[in-house]
Structures are given as C-alpha cells and as structure tokens.
Design a protein around this ligand. Structure first.
Ligand code: 8YV
Length: 325
C-alpha cells in the first residue's frame, strides 16, 4: 500500500502526476477554504502533510498518529514547533532556492514603489487629479545610488544585494549573525553592526527568518535610529517587526515610508492604521507568488515529501535527521 499524504492547498497538474507515481493523496483546496478543524480531522490518517502556514504544534501532532513528515510549501518554517516535531520524530522540510529571485523582485518592487510613490500616483491619475504638469508635490526619492542595508543575509538578501549593486549602483551593507565571505562576488558588500546599518541606510530591507531571537527585531528603539529620509521594507514575516512601533515611526516621521509584504496579522485587520497611510505600500504576502515559482515550490515540496516517506534524505530538511532514516 502506498503512503497517504494530505495536502492543504491546490497544486498544479505536474505536481499531481508526480505524486500519483509515489503516494496516495487528498487535496484540500485552499481556494475553497481549508479550516484547521478540517485538517485536524483529516490528518489522523496521513503519513505525510504538505502545507504552508498551518501551525504544526502539539495539538496537531497529538491527533496525527501516523504522521512521519511535514513538507512546507515555503522557505519559512516558523509554523513548525521544532521541539515537538523532534520529540515525535517527524521530518520537516521547506522550499528554499526556487523562490529566491522572485522574492528579490518583489522586494525591489516595494523599494521602487514606495520611494517613487508609484501606487499613490497611480491613484492620483485615476482620481482625475492630474490637471497640471509636473509638480514638486509628486517628487519621490532616488533608489539608484542610495545606500541599502539588508538585515538577514540569506539567499534572498544576496539576490537583492546583487540587483542593488549591479543594477542600481547602490552601496550595499548588511547585518547578519555571522559575517559572510563576499570577497569574490565582484562588488562591495560591507558587513556592519545592526545599529550602524540602521543609522546609515537609505533603505532598510528586513529579510531574516522568524525565530524566538528575531521576534520584534525591529522595535521602537531600532526605528528611532533610522534616518527620517529612509524607507523600511519587510518581506520576511510580520512578527519580526513590532508593528505598533513601526506605525508610530511612520506617523511621527522617524522614517519616510515603508514597503510591506507581511503583517503581524494576516489578512490585515480592517482597522489597521497602515491602511490609511500614503507613505506605505502594501502587498498581501505575495513575495513568491508567480505561477512559475509557486509551481516550482509545490514540486520541491512534493519531492521532499516523497523522499522522506521512502526513507531517503529529502533535499531540504530543517529538522534533525539523526536516527530517522
Ligand atoms: C509563502 C513565504 O510561504 O516561502 C515563504 O516563506 O512566505 C511565501 O513563499 C507562500 O506564499 C505560501 O505558499
């Protein structure tokens, strides 16, 4: 008998074909809406779970008696309770690499949009307010040649740095827990401490994974260090930022604007003050959301799952494998 995999989102035909060769599966289509209750019920029979954002916590693991592996269709895995998974000898996997360039494009889109006020000025035209010629009130801020500070230097940070240095002639600096060797990349990438980065960057891009150590990494104190002319971009996880502190920074003019793909509460609350701020550009957590990239992520998630259920080492494991295969 083939192992049974529960999938909490629609996947493309190619991924289904691949899965059919190796496992039995059931898809709960997120386009119709999948509730946690439904997953808690269905996961009882599952050897594997392919998902994203579903909290893999003790409650779920308690009901999922047969579960051997959870495969995230995302690079982030802050939805995993790693300790609980480890105790129950569950393998956890993610999908790095295939989304790197797509997310870096999104980040650049946010930088350009907020600095050059693209969504705001799009509205300006649509509202019939374009009656005179070019005006100072429409001016934005240059991205090219500015100083970019990246907090959290992984694959995506590196792809943003490359665009910035080679495409936009920006000065790039980064803060990471560990300094990396970029002596051979062909452009300068300066390692700085976080406070210095905040003080000296025109654009601050936060790209760190969400962990206990990075929760609210950007708070009041950090926003106060930034230049009043600087822009803040977050495409990591909402909870890496103390959102009320960021809102205060935007309202008080401690920073010039923000480009946000992620929020502490998703979908965003209708009363969130960010919604009425002109100097904020928002996206509904779509950093990796192109058809090509989402399909590639789903395929990688499927491959990770099949390997784990066959007792082989999956390409992208985030849990301890020792003694499991
Ligand atoms: C989402 C992301 O996971 O990869 C990540 O960590 O945040 C995004 O790619 C994706 O939107 C959910 O499928």
């Amino acid at each position: 008998m083939k192992p049974f995999v529960l999938i909490t989102k629609h996947v493309c035909e190619e991924v289904e074909k691949y899965l059919q060769e190796h496992v039995d599966y059931k898809i709960l289509d997120h386009r119709i809406g999948v509730t946690r209750e439904q997953v808690l019920h269905e996961v009882k029979e599952a050897d594997g779970l392919i998902t994203s954002f579903m909290a893999i916590d003790r409650e779920l693991l308690e009901t999922a008696n047969r579960l051997k592996a959870v495969s995230n269709v995302s690079v982030g895995y802050n939805n995993f309770d790693l300790a609980a998974m480890q105790e129950r000898r569950i393998i956890g996997t993610n999908t790095p690499g295939v989304l790197t360039e797509t997310v870096a494009d999104t980040i650049f889109g946010l930088m350009l949009s907020v600095a050059r006020r693209i969504p705001e000025l799009d509205q300006y035209i649509r509202q019939g307010r374009w009656v005179k010629g070019d005006e100072e009130t429409l001016f934005g801020t240059d991205v090219h040649g500015a100083t970019l500070g990246i907090i959290g230097m992984g694959n995506i940070g590196e792809a943003v740095a490359r665009r910035a240095a080679l495409g936009f002639g920006m000065k790039v600096q980064y803060y990471n827990r560990k300094e990396r060797d970029y002596s051979k990349v062909g452009y300068e990438l300066r390692y700085t401490m976080m406070d210095e980065l905040l003080r000296t960057s025109d654009f601050v891009v936060l790209m760190t994974p969400l962990t206990a150590a990075t929760h609210h990494l950007m708070g009041r104190e950090q926003f106060r260090l930034m230049k009043p002319t600087a822009f803040f971009i977050n495409a990591s996880r909402g909870a890496t930022v103390d959102e009320p502190a960021m809102i205060e920074a935007l309202q008080a003019g401690w920073i010039s604007g923000a480009g946000l793909d992620v929020f502490e509460l998703e979908p965003i609350d209708a009363a969130n003050p960010l919604l009425s701020m002109n100097n904020v550009v928002m996206l509904p957590h779509i950093g990796s959301a192109t058809k090509q990239t989402r399909d590639a992520m789903a395929m990688l998630a499927a491959r990770n799952m099949v390997a784990a259920l066959k007792g082989q080492e999956p390409p992208n494991v985030v849990t301890e494998l020792k003694g499991l295969l």
